[in-house]
Design a protein around this ligand. Structure first.
Ligand code: HEC
Length: 136
C-alpha cells in the first residue's frame, strides 16, 4: 500500500500526463490529417500533369490514357483500388496522397501511374481535393 501522499502525486502526474497528451493530440490533429487541399489550385495542376491520361473531366479518357490497360482511374465514379496503408479502406485521402507521391506500382498497380513525389505535399493535397470534386 502506497503512502497516500505518493498515491496522490501519482494520480496527479498521471492526470496531467493524460491531459497533456490530449492537448498534444488536439494540437497535432491538423497536421496529422493532411493539409487541406485547394481544389481550384488542384484543377490547374491536374490539367497540366494528369489530364493527358485521366482526361480533363477526369473520366480516364485523356489522349494518352485511352490506350492504357488498365485504364487510368475514372474519377467521376470515385471508386479507388489501392489501399496503400492497408487499413482495409482503399481510396482514403492518405491512399490518394501516397499513390500520387509514390506511383501506383509501389502498391501493386500500374507503372503508368507514375510517382509525382517532386510535387509538394500541398500540391498533392490540392490534387486530391480536385480529384474528389470530380466525383459526380
Ligand atoms: C501516363 C498516364 C497517367 C498520368 C499522367 C497520371 N495517371 Fe493517375 N493513373 C493512371 C493509371 C493507368 C491508373 C490506374 C492504375 C492501376 O489501376 O493500377 C491511375 C490511377 C490513379 C489514381 C487512382 C489510384 C487508386 O487507388 O485507384 C489516382 C488517385 C491518380 N491516378 C491520380 C493521378 C494524378 C493526381 C495525376 C497527375 C499528377 C495522375 N494520376 C497522372 C495513369 C496516369
Amino acid at each position: 500500500m502506497l503512502p497516500s501522499a505518493l498515491r496522490w502525486t501519482g494520480w496527479s502526474v498521471g492526470r496531467h500526463f493524460a491531459l497533456g497528451m490530449l492537448g498534444a493530440t488536439l494540437a497535432l490533429a491538423p497536421f496529422a490529417a493532411h493539409a487541406a487541399g485547394d481544389a481550384a489550385k488542384g484543377k490547374t495542376l491536374f490539367e497540366t500533369n494528369c489530364a493527358s491520361c485521366h482526361g480533363t473531366s477526369g473520366k480516364g479518357d485523356g489522349p494518352v490514357g485511352a490506350a492504357l490497360q488498365p485504364p487510368p482511374r475514372d474519377f467521376t465514379i470515385g471508386d479507388f483500388k489501392l489501399d496503400t496503408d492497408k487499413d482495409g479502406k482503399p481510396g482514403t485521402d492518405t491512399d490518394l496522397m501516397n499513390v500520387i507521391a509514390n506511383g501506383a506500382a509501389a502498391y501493386g498497380g500500374s507503372a503508368m501511374m507514375a510517382p509525382w513525389g517532386h510535387l509538394s505535399e500541398q500540391d498533392r493535397a490540392d490534387l486530391v481535393a480536385y480529384v474528389r470534386s470530380l466525383h459526380k
